[in-house]
Unconditional design. Structure first.
Length: 118
């Protein structure tokens, strides 16, 4: 019984970390694309954050690929459990992960073009 409780606690800790990774990746992508394409809206906040992102884009790219890969592998590993809990939550999570992966590759392409044209 104690082993099952320890396993459940470990699993809920992992689930919280994956949710945190999804929130951080979504926020990072929102700030990046907002700063790239809409810098005039709330520029007092977005421009300094976006410039900070651009200063350490290599490090953040490595962290982002690790985050996207982690949430992708998590949804594959826990697919049956997530589907049993809620099919709608699973679909939304898969869509969010697909958007995050596409945003990652789009940022790689945009940063490559920026560095090639600079």
């Amino acid at each position: 019984m104690a082993e099952k409780q320890a396993y459940m606690a470990e699993e809920s800790k992992d689930a919280r970390l994956v949710k945190l990774a999804l929130i951080l990746l979504s926020t990072y992508n929102l700030v990046f694309f907002w700063g790239k394409f809409l810098p005039d809206i709330v520029s007092a906040f977005i421009v300094p954050v976006y410039l900070g992102i651009q200063e350490s884009v290599g490090f953040l790219t490595i962290l982002e690929i690790l985050g996207v890969a982690s949430v992708f592998v998590d949804v594959i590993g826990r697919y049956d459990k997530l589907q049993a809990e809620s099919a709608l939550k699973l679909r939304l999570r898969v869509i969010l992960i697909a958007i995050l992966a596409m945003a990652f590759f789009l940022k790689i392409f945009m940063n490559y073009l920026d560095s090639a044209l600079a």
